[in-house]
Each structure stands twice: as C-alpha cells, then as structure tokens.
Ligand binder design. Sequence first.
Ligand code: DAH
Length: 353
Amino acid sequence: MAIVEDVAALRERTLASVEQAADTAALDQVRVAALGKSGALTGYLRSMGQVPKEERALVGKAVNEARVAVEEALAARKAALEAAELAAAIDAAAVDVTLPGRAQQVGTRHLINRIADEVSEIFLGLGYSVAQGPEVETCYYNFEALNAPADHPSRGLADTFYVVDRSGAACNVRGESDVLLRTQTSGVQVHAMEDREPPIYVIAPGKVYRRDVADPSHLPQFTQIEGLVVDEGITFGDLKGTLDYLCKQLFGEERKTRFRAHYFPFTEPSAEVDVSCGICHGEGCRFCKGTGWLEILGCGMVDPNVLSMSGIDPEKYSGFAFGMGVERIACLKYNVPDLRMLLEGDMRFLRQF
Ligand code: DAH
C-alpha cells in the first residue's frame, strides 16, 4: 500500500529532522513543515476523503500514529533544547562570586582645603572671624580702594582677567572692564572695613585668578588667605608677633621668621615674611635655593589712605594686613616641588595627605 509506506517514510524523515534540529527555532521549522497548516502530515490528514474506503482505516491509523509520534518527539526535543539554551544563558551571565568586590572609596578633604582650614583655625583661636568677598569683583575693591595707582603694573591686562560685555567690548575708557576676577583677596579688607566697625580682626580665605600660565610656581587660579586687623594702638610689633606665631603653629616651634622690607600699594611700611627652611634649617639647600629661607607671605601696616577711603579714621585707628598663597604653603609644608601637582587629581599623590 503505497500511501501507508509514504506516510511511514515521512514519519521517519520528520523524526530524524526533529533529532537534528540544533535549536528551538530550527525545531519550530520542522514542526511547521510537518504539522503546520500546509505541512506534509497535515496534507495527508486533510486528504483522507480521497483515500479509497477500504484503505482509509489503515491509512488513517498510520497518519494519526505518525502525528502522535512526531508531536511527542517535538515536545521532547523542545524540552531538551530549551533546557540547554537556558543553561547556556545562565553560563553566559554567570557572576563569579569568588571575585573580590569593589569597595566604595571614602573621600578625604583636599590638601588645599585642609591647609586653608588649618590657617583659619589658628586665627579663630586668636579671636579672629572669617570674612568672605565675591570672586567676581569690581576694579574699585580689587585695586582702587587698595591704593593701587591707575598705572600700577598689576592693573594691566597681562595679570587680570577682565569681564567684558557680550560683544567682547571692554567697559570703560582705559580699555579695561570695571568688572574682573579678583587677583587677590585683599579686596575683602575693603568690604570688611565698610561693613564692620573697629575693632576688626578678620581672615578671608578664597580663590583668586591671574592671567598666568601654570608652571611649578604659578597657577591661573589659586587660593589666598587674607588677614586684616584694625584697632586702636596696633603696631608693627603686633604684626610681627602674630605672623611669627602663625609660622610656628603651621611649620613647627623651631622655625624662625624674618621680615624683609617690600612694597605693596595698600600697606606702609610693607614686608615679605620668610620662614627658615625646614630641610636645611637655614644652612642653604636646593629647596630654599641656597638662601636658608622660604618666602611665605606679604604683609604690612594698613596705609592710612586705605583706612580713610573705607571710612575709618586713621588718626584714631591703625592696623595691619597680610596675605598668603595656600597652595604655596601646602607645597612648603610637605616639600612638594611643583604647585601643579596639587591640581592634577592624581590620587596616588593626593592620598598621602
Ligand atoms: N595681595 C598680595 C598679593 O596678592 C598679598 C598681600 C601683601 C596681602 C600684603 C596683604 C598685604 O594684605 O598686606 O600678593
């Protein structure tokens, strides 16, 4: 009986294809080819009416058995393939629980902030309070009220970032804007004198900006700490005692200070303060360029002009002021040879402090 044999052959071919299907997608193609709407076995089931009556029972039985066998084989193969695919997916996404975890790193304060706070603490201990001023400042506070004559070299475009209007035009007759990024924290002195009545004992830490190219001893943005004292009977002796105390607190009791005459527009007399080199103890070495001393700040007695411009009577009051670079102090304290190292963000370097 040709039909029964054909069905048997189809059954064997289909079962073989089921076994060979490599994945569930291939298996589905086998299913559609055999049992889909126009599948081969479905075709036999549909055309049973055309089979001669006497053969119909046998053919029907063969086709039905073939269908059941194929369906069972499909189900078994499907289960096996799905299990294999799931196992492969689990393998691919496997997490190695024996690897060490990634611990959260705890941050620390940056050395620049630490030194600024350390200096502030020293002065808070002496009864000073902390004052603040704007980083975007006017010419008046940054220069004029600090007695910087109009032709003072620091006022030229070379040192100062001027803020210009939208068209890029400078805002006043000298070819400079009236608005600038402060080049020093000394302007906070003026704000403090305008805002407070003497006695004034303030320090003012903050960022300042200069048109400098970064190199080992210059940064276009850095941090300063300004100090201002205005009271009755303040002398240069008070200034010396205060700054000598600061240096010993910061660097160690054994360090010496020296005051060298200097010029600043807003103080008279003015001085630069050096602290004895902590590496050679004054003998002279590479770190102090053979001098035995390290320059750490500028200071002086507040010029009477500066007092009166800010509404303080210089006949009644006198005062002193000082200003220091925090990055420079950090480098001097820890023998760091290049200011830029503080800002490079190299954690191996920064974690040391
Ligand atoms: N403003 C000065 C600078 O940026 C530092 C300074 C010097 C501040 C003398 C002072 C001072 O208050 O009295 O170089």
